[in-house]
Write a protein that binds this ligand. Structure first.
Ligand code: NAP
Length: 269
């Protein structure tokens, strides 16, 4: 599995990671299957795992904690704090609660899930820097931030660097190409593309057969290959089924040619 730089940190994370939205809500065999699927993904090199305190009211974090119990050192673990917890004390408490559910000593990346205009970003970022200082998180990121909000976030971090912005990006959701993507490229921020498979509604019939046949890839694999074509992008498809995990892990074994990348880009413009 290829790895890409995380911001300017010198750290490299897997270009295909694993999202975990809606995991952990089931019980019994289905839940065990989700744990095994995540473990298989780690084995195949998708060692970047993304979760959030709001996913299933903490159940996703609890499930991830179980899945990584034997492999914490090889995983790059990211979670997110919800906007209603952006007050100073709430950020600290949320991070500590996430760490407990994940059964780890620290997370690697702590992200602001969505902007919150009602709480000054300086207050939130002061707490984020405190979490870095106390070793609760290694890096700070944002999610769903515009260019302007990202700049404000960075300016509110006197002691740290912002490393990433997690945003929706796929063949069918392209709005970040106008500003966020070029901005992140310039500023050396990692773009973490969420919903890269358009939440599962993969437009298979619109992906030319010549391309799937040429690369011997499925439409989902072509979507993951396409979304990670730009250098600053890594992505976090969610898959609860092991067959999907294995497919996703093999999505960047070969790379789309520039011409095929451009053909797909135009077709979905
Ligand atoms: N920051 C944010 O605001 C935000 C918002 C949304 C999502 N996210 C993050 O991004 C992650 C991914 O986004 P998402 O869950 O919205 O959507 P997604 O990854 O685009 O799509 C997930 C769906 O695609 C299916 N799938 C996965 N691999 C497949 C394959 N190879 N072939 C066919 N179908 C496949 C999954 O099915 P199975 O589960 O049945 O395998 C699931 O139904 C989330 O889990 C979350 O971590 C972040």
């Amino acid at each position: 599995m290829d790895r890409r730089p995380l911001g300017r940190t010198g750290e490299r994370i897997s270009v295909i990671g694993m999202g975990t939205y809606a995991l952990g809500n089931s019980t019994g065999d289905k839940r065990r299957g989700e744990i095994v699927a995540l473990q298989r993904g780690i084995e195949l090199g998708m060692t970047f795992i993304d979760t959030a305190e709001v996913y299933g009211h903490g159940r996703s974090e609890t499930l991830v904690g179980e899945a990584i119990a034997q492999s914490r050192e090889s995983v790059f673990l990211a979670t997110k704090v919800a906007p209603e917890h952006f007050g100073y004390d709430d950020v600290i408490q949320s991070c500590e609660a996430s760490i407990q559910r994940l059964r780890v000593k620290f997370v690697d990346l702590y992200q602001l899930h969505w902007p919150n205009q009602r709480i000054p970003i300086r207050e939130t970022m002061k707490a984020m820097e405190e979490l870095v200082a106390t070793g609760k998180t290694r890096y700070i990121g944002v999610s769903n931030f515009s260019v302007e909000q990202t700049m404000q976030a960075q300016e509110s971090l006197p002691r740290s660097e912002l490393v990433s912005n997690q945003v929706r990006y796929s063949l069918t959701s392209r709005s970040i190409e106008a500003d966020i993507l070029p901005f992140c490229e310039r500023e050396k921020l990692t773009v973490i593309a969420y919903s890269p498979l358009d939440t599962g509604s993969i437009p298979a019939s619109r992906i030319p057969k010549e391309i799937t046949e040429k690369y011997e890839m499925t439409p989902a694999q072509i979507m993951l290959n396409w979304v990670t074509y730009p250098e600053p992008v890594v992505t976090i498809p969610k898959a609860g089924q092991i067959s999907h995990i294995e497919e996703n892990a093999a999505a960047v074994n070969t790379r789309l040619s520039r011409i095929d990348y451009q053909t797909l880009s135009k077709r979905f413009e």
